[in-house]
Design a protein. Structure first.
Length: 91
């Protein structure tokens, strides 16, 4: 039973930490965020999302989420872009 109480305390601690982080994020959102989302929503072509390493994994998820919500998009690895795949990007 002691282990279960310890686990619950840790779960609650993590949830409180995540909640505090979301509140800080809420306060950091400004007009540039609104402009970025408006630009993506009004994009008449495809949105290209890029990144390397962990950022690349997140970029892949963002591209998939955008595509599944009706915003045509794809992930482009920066190294692949330098070695010929940049041709996929059009005006």
């Amino acid at each position: 039973m002691a282990r279960r109480n310890s686990d619950l305390a840790e779960i609650r601690r993590v949830i409180a930490l995540e909640a505090a982080t979301l509140l800080r994020l809420r306060d950091a959102v400004d007009a540039s965020f609104a402009r970025a989302t408006a630009l993506m929503a009004s994009c008449r072509g495809k949105i290209v999302v890029t990144g390397i390493g962990k950022s690349g994994l997140i970029a892949q998820k963002i591209a998939a989420t955008l595509a599944s919500t009706g915003c045509p998009s794809f992930y482009l690895h920066p190294a692949d872009a330098l070695h010929g795949d940049l041709g996929m990007v059009m005006a």
